[in-house]
Design a binder for this molecule. Structure first.
Ligand code: GLN
Length: 288
């Protein structure tokens, strides 16, 4: 790749051309704007007003490597190291899933139900970047929020995100699938989880930017046991959720009925399936 001059407008035109080999116009433009504003703190508007502005050699090099990563399908959020979720800023890297809009809908569902009270104890199982627990804590500062994950790298990032967002949460390193680790965990009034739910066989339908860069242990479950995490977390709830406590899941759209049936059989009540904005079964809530 060779940039004609180090004027920002020329660099923009050049790298836009490169990105158009892999992305469609609108996406390429908006990614490049974001990249430039993030790397050099230029607001879009300054850049349009001052097209003569020049980039130093080292700035050009930074832009060059960032664009190269985009051309290899790496998600922009990993390249700039952050994303936005429910209006809050979260650091992300390849140890955690990039928070999805569906998960924002899950939060909206919980907020709409107004179930959190002063002193409510809340647990987010499989927290990744921490986006669920931290957002809930920001909304309900008087609740006691714990976030749990098996990945120490994810927890480090989640802790950082809690600090960035000025939210005090309790960070727990545990494997929820291992029942021997349950006894130390205490009791909760609200349990929330967006666990791995994509079947291995669904890989062929997925994009390279997800498959090559996002952590597979946060995404995939074996085809022969797609409800693995749901069954375990529901069992965990039998002993670690207070009576009248609530359980909220984000789910694979193919398993709404199975998940509901499982929770019904395990004795949870008011088990309900909710659709996401695309009309897919995406959330299940229940009461103990
Ligand atoms: N919705 C995510 C995806 O599309 C999956 C999230 C999960 O497995 N919990 O890739």
């Amino acid at each position: 790749m060779k940039v004609p001059t180090n004027k920002i407008s020329d660099a923009f035109g050049f790298y836009l051309g490169e990105l158009l080999n892999s992305y469609e116009n609108r996406e390429a433009r908006s990614m490049l704007y974001l990249l430039i504003s993030h790397l050099f703190n230029f607001e879009k508007i300054d850049f349009v007003k001052n097209p003569e502005e020049r980039l130093s050699e080292s700035e050009l090099l930074k832009l060059h490597f960032a664009v190269k990563r985009l051309l290899q399908n790496e998600p922009l959020q990993y390249i700039i190291g952050e994303t936005e979720f429910m209006g809050l800023r979260f650091r992300v890297d390849s140890n955690v899933l990039i928070p999805r809009p569906e998960t924002e809908e899950l939060i909206q569902l919980i907020l709409g139900d107004e179930i959190v009270q002063v002193g409510s104890r809340i647990l987010d199982v499989g927290c990744g970047s921490g986006c669920i627990g931290i957002t809930i804590k920001k909304q309900y500062s008087q609740s006691e929020v714990s976030i749990l994950d098996i990945s120490e790298e994810a927890l480090k990032l989640a802790q950082e995100n809690a600090e960035i967002n000025d939210a005090l949460v309790n960070v727990i390193h545990a494997d929820i699938l291992n029942e021997e680790e349950w006894s130390d965990l205490g009791k909760f009034n609200l349990l929330i989880s967006n666990p791995p739910y994509v079947r291995e066989s669904e890989k062929k339908l997925m994009q390279r930017n997800v498959l090559d860069f996002e952590p597979s242990n946060a995404l995939f479950v074996p085809d022969k046991d797609p409800l693995l995490f749901y069954r375990k977390i529901a069992r965990f709830s039998q002993t670690h959720l207070e009576k009248e406590g609530s359980l909220y899941f984000e789910i694979n759209e193919a398993f709404g009925l199975e998940t509901k049936q499982m929770l019904d059989e395990m004795g949870f009540y008011k088990v309900e399936i909710f659709k996401d904005i695309n009309g897919k079964d995406r959330f299940v809530k229940s009461l103990k």
